[in-house]
Write a protein that binds this ligand. Structure first.
Ligand SMILES: [Zn+2]
Ligand SMILES: [Zn+2]
Ligand SMILES: [Zn+2]
Length: 154
């Protein structure tokens, strides 16, 4: 019984991703689906090396690089740099589309395990720039201990 339910849920997620790709006029390929499946199953942002490990031999490095670049361009994933300057990726909010990201939320970075969480409910402040300045992006990182690391240290 439980197995069937899990299977059904997986199928539904796969269908959701097929729709997402079609909506963005992207061909449905196994590497594209696998990347979405891994990222959506994780609560934290994921780096390209981590993705490579999880995908194993199924997707080569160049393909993965292209998939991530396309997703960022299409407004499916947004990039966050961790404390070591490594790029990590998280799913975008539904408000994002091609060339227009609206991921205006705070990112929490754990200083112990380096995990990055999207805090969607914390919006960024309005920035009033001096005349003739043009804003392209704002990023605010909150650094501290995540719930798991906090528990360990006590
Ligand atoms: Zn976005
Ligand atoms: Zn942590
Ligand atoms: Zn985010």
């Amino acid at each position: 019984m439980k197995v069937t339910e899990t299977g059904k849920a997986q199928q539904e997620t796969a269908e959701k991703f097929v729709h997402l790709l079609r909506r963005n006029k992207l061909k449905v390929t196994q590497p594209r689906l696998s990347v979405l499946q891994i990222i959506s199953a994780k609560e934290t942002a994921i780096s390209q090396p981590e993705l490579e490990k999880l995908l194993g031999d199924t997707v080569d490095r160049v393909t993965l690089y292209r998939v991530l670049a396309t997703y960022e361009e299409k407004g499916i994933l947004h990039k966050i740099f961790d404390l070591h300057g490594t790029a990590t990726y998280a799913l975008c909010s539904t408000a994002c589309d091609e060339h227009h990201h609206h991921d205006e939320h705070v990112h929490f970075i754990c200083s112990a395990c380096n995990s990055i969480y999207c805090l969607d409910e914390i919006k960024l402040p309005k920035i009033n720039l001096p005349k003739d300045y043009r804003l392209q992006s704002i990023g605010i990182n909150a650094v501290g201990l995540c719930a798991q690391c906090k528990t360990v240290s006590h």
